[in-house]
Structures are given as structure tokens and as C-alpha cells.
Design a protein around this ligand. Structure first.
Ligand SMILES: [Zn+2]
Length: 124
């Protein structure tokens, strides 16, 4: 199992590469913003989070990566639920500050064409 909150994960790098190719400039992990968003587009007031499906509790039907462990279920349920609540809170804080927030899930990064369209639509 991968470490919590690791930076520069594969999905994150995939998103960065696409954004870069689309010609947008960004800053990484700005510490002065709630949740240290993965990509920050300051002049546009937009941020992107790239979330690992397991740690952030992706609950989409088609997601195979977010399966919860079958042992220590009490521990994992509490931990992963806290992670989710924290994400929701941080998203709200950012929106209240005037930021537009896009969340990309790990399992969504394998379809490059769809991902590219989403990023372009959000950033345009
Ligand atoms: Zn997922």
C-alpha cells in the first residue's frame, strides 16, 4: 500500500504533463492554500487536486481502486472517512476564498483523451 499524501504520484504527473502540453502554467502544492492543492493557476483562481482513489475514498461505481481493506475495518473506515471529510472541508474553504476547484481521480487518468478534454474545459 502506498504512503499517505505522497507527492508526485503517477496520476499527478500525468495531469501535469497534459496541463503543460495544453499550454497552461501552474504552481505546485501552494502551502498558503487550504489542502495544498496539487496544481494552482493563480491568475485564473483555479486549482486542481489529483486524488488517489483509495486514500481519498473515491465512491464512483466503476472505481476498482478504492476498495476498502477487509481486515481492520473499523480502523480503515474511520481513517478513510476522516480523509473524505477533510477533502470536502478544504474544497469548501477554497470555494469560499473564491477559487474554482477541480478534482481528478486516479482512475480517471487512464483515459487520456477524456482527461485532456476535462482539463481544457476547466482551465479555458
Ligand atoms: Zn477511482
Amino acid at each position: 500500500m502506498r504512503a499517505v499524501k505522497s507527492k508526485n504520484t503517477k496520476p499527478e504527473l500525468a495531469v501535469r504533463r497534459l496541463v503543460h502540453r495544453l499550454g497552461y502554467r501552474y504552481r505546485l502544492h501552494r502551502k498558503d492554500l487550504p489542502g495544498k492543492p496539487d496544481l494552482v493557476f493563480g491568475s485564473k483562481w483555479k486549482v486542481i487536486f489529483v486524488h488517489g482513489c483509495f486514500w481519498h475514498g473515491h465512491d464512483a461505481k466503476g472505481c476498482l481502486k478504492a476498495k476498502r481493506p477487509t481486515s481492520n475495518t473499523t480502523f480503515w473506515n474511520a481513517k478513510l472517512t476522516l480523509n473524505k471529510q477533510r477533502d470536502v472541508r478544504r474544497g469548501r474553504e477554497l470555494r469560499n476564498l473564491g477559487w474554482k476547484v477541480l478534482t481528478i481521480w486516479e482512475c480517471e487518468t487512464s483515459n487520456v483523451a477524456a482527461l485532456r478534454r476535462r482539463l481544457d474545459t476547466f482551465l479555458r
